[in-house]
Design a protein around this ligand. Sequence first.
Ligand SMILES: [Zn+2]
Ligand SMILES: [Zn+2]
Length: 458
Amino acid sequence: MGLRESTWMADDHCALADVLGARRTINAAAASELALMDDYVHGRTLCASPWDTGVTEKDLYSSAICELAAAMSSTFAAVHNKLQMWRQLRPLVRNSFIDGSLDMERVKTIHDHLLHARPETVVAIEAEVLKAAAEIAPGTLGREIDRLLTEADPDWDREVRKRAARTEKRIRVRRRARGLSSLTAVMTDGEADEQLSRIGAEVSRLHPEDPRSDDQRRGDAQTALMRGEALLCECSTCLTSRGDVADPEAPEHGEPVAVKPERTDANADATGETATEGTSSAPPGPERPTREQLDKSPTDPLPPDAPPPDAPPPDTTTRSRPGGGTLIERWRAIVENNPRAVHALHPDGHGGMTTPPPGALTYAPSRALAAQVRAEHPYCLHPGCNVPSERCDLDHIVEFDRQNPERGGWTIQTNIGPRCRLHHNLKTRKLWRTELLPEGVLHIVDPLGNHYFTAPTL
Ligand SMILES: [Zn+2]
Ligand SMILES: [Zn+2]
């Protein structure tokens, strides 16, 4: 018996060692990915630009980050944050990451929590931080690092907490499956506790017979608080006395809270966050302008996914969802077959017109045109960029010619698109090229000649 047990335990031990070995390999590979990204950006930033003497090292850095982001289908912010983290890692932490004993989550936790701490404090607590990292889970690790910092440098800690409460609060929306969204609010610990206790108080007033699970009760309490209402009990007695037995899913009153989302990037987590889930009235995916917004502007077309009841079914052979396969694959093949040909729908930027419509020869778009373009493109045109179009410049796809506006690209809907400052700059510096292909596909070429395509927003 004793022998069998110890044999079994030896096997078990081996299996566990295998898991840990695989984990070390993954950690080391993650470190190596960051090191290689660093090398790439370093190399790209060193090389002098063959295009334009006006290109600065900062432009080259931005472009290199965008090149990586496009190649990895990531965002500028995600790649930039990772690289900056890698560059700022303390040597001991970096070595533990490289040899696989620290995982990305812990490395990120250590980095985030030690960020802006005084260098001498970091040196003083570094060994203890690493010891803690080897023993505890990332969530607890963050709190432990905070505790060590408070102990080592109470004045700094007080200051930095005050500043964070002022500057680091934010709201993020993430679209989830089945019509749900996560709304993440970064707030102070105290505020999070306050909201949780309000939710607890609402839930505690329900009768035990209320059929909802704890999660459902708390979720509904959050919605009720958001609307300034009380959470209603749904036990049969209460339903009967309120007279709404028939339909517990009665039409929701009140408009959904309008929060313009930024698509969340990989770096959006931090301690002190609370996340709530709620039914979203919008379909999953990038948020579109609401119907009300569109109705206010009679010239705006209806969103194609909300056709009038008598409209023919959408022609699925020529249009495809953003990111969807066929349209992009087809255009990629066409461009790759003949990379030198002109594929643009309107290479002159005149939208197929022979006479410029009013406003087409003025550099700045009219307010109506600006609103139309922003409604059509909720985000920066650059592939994967998550800057909402309200915060973007409106950029001419075919360049406007100030000397001869009639010859250059016109200020018309098909030649104007939102581009955030960063991506606008890369195009202005002629590091990246853009053309609008037929069917609304945007074709973007990075400085190395890699081609990217984005489908039109439907
Ligand atoms: Zn009740
Ligand atoms: Zn952008």
